[in-house]
Write a protein that binds this ligand. Sequence first.
Ligand code: ADP
Ligand code: MG
Length: 140
Amino acid sequence: MAVERTLSIIKPDATRRNLTGKIIDKFESAGLRVVAQKRARWSQADAEKFYAVHAERPFYNDLVAFMTSGPIVLQVLEGEGAVAKNREVMGATNPADAAVGTIRKEFAESIEANSVHGSDSAENAAIEIAMCFSDGEIVG
Ligand code: ADP
Ligand code: MG
């Protein structure tokens, strides 16, 4: 399998509860490397743009409000099959369905406040990484 990059976001519910270290440990322990990282506070426009793909979903407005409710940590993760590996470490969208040992099973508060975002395909990973980082911020 090829070395890939994927976008990861630690969401406001997790920064609020001081869980960033525990969450990053899950990625690193699974063999993913943090090659870019920054803490940010999204504006409404930032969140609307990032989640534009979900604009027609009933939860969109709540999701934008949630993602702007506190600081987030944006990261690029790199590794063999990083897109699928990150999704595996994150667990299912709804923590009630997430496997034991996954980030969402251990830390998520709800289907909305589910602690992490991860790109769902290599194509979307490239788009999301470009939205959140300049080339010079990805430092290995
Ligand atoms: P994932 O983050 O697992 O890729 P989606 O792309 O389907 O999930 O949804 C994006 C985000 O929208 C989820 O991570 C979650 O924060 C929120 N969300 C998804 N489904 C719901 C829902 N039914 N109710 C409230 N929020 C939701
Ligand atoms: Mg998604």
